[in-house]
Design a protein around this ligand. Structure first.
Ligand code: HPA
Length: 265
């Protein structure tokens, strides 16, 4: 960790971001537009160079609306074969850099039958069905407790701020529970029925590990899902990554406006 912090401090001239953002599939453009300094993941020890379509793989430092921000342009996933500890290492780095508020974004399938592709959903809570926990193993008492409370991972006050600014921008946000599967397969119709029975509104393959670690080290978390498709079995259409990216692209203007407003607030 010391080596990483030293490198970042050198590259960024001691930049101390207060807001961290992890950008999901097709949502990375905001980092391109506001990039001040970027460090490719392959130059940072402990970061994994991600090659998934729609993900770029660099840590971007920027000043947005007078706030210092660090963005992960592209994230790593459990389905790529990495451990949850590996994929959440950047969150710990953000904590050491001074990040207090973490905005997590993703592309997700609609489990809730009143949701539609193109909707943005504020994550109110999550269900971890990845089957592992990133905090398994020896605890780092300097970062957080052995048995972290999870009763308000996604902070109500941040949800209220996002709702308020979305309204000002002229759109409504959905609210719901995000269920994370390990992937890389999309779900079967039976699994989506199960997700609905369990109380999930949206389903995806990310975010939950980062939320667990961010919450553990005391960050205030806002989670936003871009609903990119009807989940398996709820429409005739076959599910493709191309569709996910296409919808994310369609929504990115609204999505960016919302992120910008939340940062300013
Ligand atoms: N399932 C899982 N992950 C996803 C989906 C989905 O339907 N859409 C985007 N990411």
């Amino acid at each position: 960790m010391d080596r990483v912090l030293e490198l970042i401090s050198r590259e960024t001239n001691g930049f101390r971001p207060e807001i961290g953002i992890i950008l999901g599939s097709g949502l990375g453009e905001i980092a391109d537009e506001h990039c001040k300094i970027a460090i490719p993941y392959n130059e940072i020890p402990g970061f994994i160079n991600s090659n998934v379509a729609g993900h770029k793989g660099r840590l971007v430092f920027a000043e947005i609306n007078n706030k210092k921000v660090v963005m992960m342009q592209g994230r790593n996933h459990f389905y790529e074969g990495h451990s949850l500890e590996e994929i959440t290492f950047p969150v710990k780095v953000m904590k050491h850099l001074g990040v207090k508020t973490l905005i997590l974004t993703n592309a997700a399938g609609a489990v809730n039958e009143s949701f539609h592709p193109g909707d943005l959903m504020l994550i109110t809570d999550h269900i971890n069905l990845i089957g592992e926990n990133p905090l398994r193993g020896a605890n780092d008492d300097d970062l957080g407790e052995r048995f972290p409370d999870m009763s308000e991972v996604y902070k109500k006050y941040l949800i209220d701020i996002a709702d308020k600014y979305a309204k000002k921008l002229g759109f409504e946000l959905q609210h719901g529970v995000y269920l994370a599967n390990s992937g890389p397969t999309y779900e079967t119709p039976a699994e989506i029925k199960m997700a609905r029975t369990l109380g999930a509104d949206a389903v995806g393959m990310s975010t939950v590990p980062e939320a667990i670690v961010g919450n553990y080290c005391g960050m205030n978390i806002l989670g936003i899902s871009c609903i990119t498709n009807y989940a398996s079995g709820t429409s005739e259409a076959k599910l493709t990554h191309a569709e996910v990216i296409k919808t994310a692209n369609r929504v990115k203007k609204r999505f960016k406006a919302l992120i910008m407003a939340v940062i300013a607030a």
